[in-house]
Ligand binder design. Sequence first.
Ligand code: HEC
Length: 110
Amino acid sequence: MKKIVVFLVVLSFFSVSYAVDAKKGDINKGKQLYREVCRSCHDGSKAKKVTPMHKTTAQWKKLFDNDMARLKEKHEGNDAFNKIKAEDFDHIYRFVLDGALDSEQPQTCD
Ligand code: HEC
């Protein structure tokens, strides 16, 4: 019984610590990741052009809410997207919020 409790505590710790969190993110790392990874498709070649300022803060939040449910849904079966590390999404999330359409400095990422 004790072992099960310990296991559950450890499990919940991990699932909490891996939830995407923009506050833990670094804007510069996010910008670099966005340029290298997201933009490789979202420059209008393999997918439509998407930069931070293509969406408002509320729209980005909707995509990243609930463990990125909507963002994951849009990239189902997409290997390049699935390879992105959980902690890298903290940086990317921070970067897109920082450069959203209604932010102080909307970013094009070009
Ligand atoms: C391997 C290519 C690829 C990569 C890498 C990729 N995406 Fe996508 N993304 C797509 C495709 C394909 C769609 C769905 C079709 C579309 O919207 O053009 C999509 C959809 C989206 C949408 C929804 C578009 C909309 O306006 O509804 C957003 C937002 C988005 N991606 C953001 C990102 C972000 C942020 C990253 C980096 C973390 C990323 N994508 C990485 C291919 C990719």
